[in-house]
Design a binder for this molecule. Sequence first.
Ligand code: NAD
Length: 359
Amino acid sequence: MRLGVVRESVAGERRVALVPETLARLPEGVDVVVERGAGEQAAFADRAYEEAGAELGDPWPADVIVKVAAPTAEEAARLHDGQVVIGFLQPLTDAEGIERLTQAGVVGLALESIPRISRAQAMDALSSQATVGGYKAALIAADRLPRFLPMLITAAGTIPPAKVLVLGAGVAGLQAIATTRRLGAVVSAFDVRAAAAEQVESLGATFLDLGVRGEETEGGYARELTPEQQAAQQAELQLRIPQFDAVITTAAVPGRPAPKLVTAEAVRGMRPGSVIVDLAAETGGNCELTEPGRETEHNGVTIVGLTNLPSTLPTHASQLLSRNVAALLGLIVSDGALHLDWDDEVVAGACVTRREVTA
Ligand code: NAD
């Protein structure tokens, strides 16, 4: 079986789906062909892939293609019937891309659709990349703030610690809490899921009670709030937000635009020098004033709407992603051949396009 590792073509995507170290973890009988320069932007040289046993060449004819971003139209034109494609295929948000894969007749396994059950934890690429994003959001907040995060006692006097608010305490939010705490900030957090309170507190942060409780799906995700709940949350946050130096927002509902938590009015209430890092920028942002992909300033408040933060830490983001991909390959390859077991809920759940079988 041949496995192709593609060089990403989307601007700003520096990650690679498989790193040299992971080649040794692949199932027996898999020959890997890597596109030249595939790992370059993540600091993995072509030579490292060759030393790990891969061949450099054209990955597109391979039986299985692994990549990070969903194939572009040009890339999809190189796919062939019956091929397996693994990557962040955006099944809930990119209908056109999914249609292209369907037309190409490929089996699309979307990393974001892998069920989040215990058995599939090693394949959970949403979690591994959210960990990177949450960490980076914390560093950006620290960097953009015109003040220290930790308390400092100096001969010139005492500096109080910065106050940070994290909205959305899922995987990314918890990492942002842990990282800003390590840097010495005093951290508060909020999430609509009841289970989040204990996790927030176990990291040494305070759970902010906004009096809003959302519902959870069977998969443990938040459901979208009703318009009334959303208005109540915005009003309550508007009162609390002026106390904070930095707000890191990570709230998301799968397949839906990001919930608006921080209104323009709330931003007007913040002190000059405050910072908002909006990790939900890609799906529209948790702040009304966020401009996806940009960093803006409103009355002295910096709003960071940069997208694809995992790609800004490409070495470790790729390394973790690569282990997720290898774990998934372990499930679909045996004895050097593909075995797609549609009775397996992980394989069936991940599959977002599949060749129509005609009798
Ligand atoms: P996500 O990225 O979809 O959302 C981020 C957070 O935003 C979630 O915690 C969500 O509750 C929160 N949110 C949504 N609307 C909000 C609002 N209006 N206000 C405030 N917060 C809001 O979620 P995620 O980080 O990918 O994970 C979510 C859940 O999945 C968690 O329960 C997590 O523990 C669970 N999970 C399970 C596994 C597993 O069992 N293998 C792995 C990873 C995550």
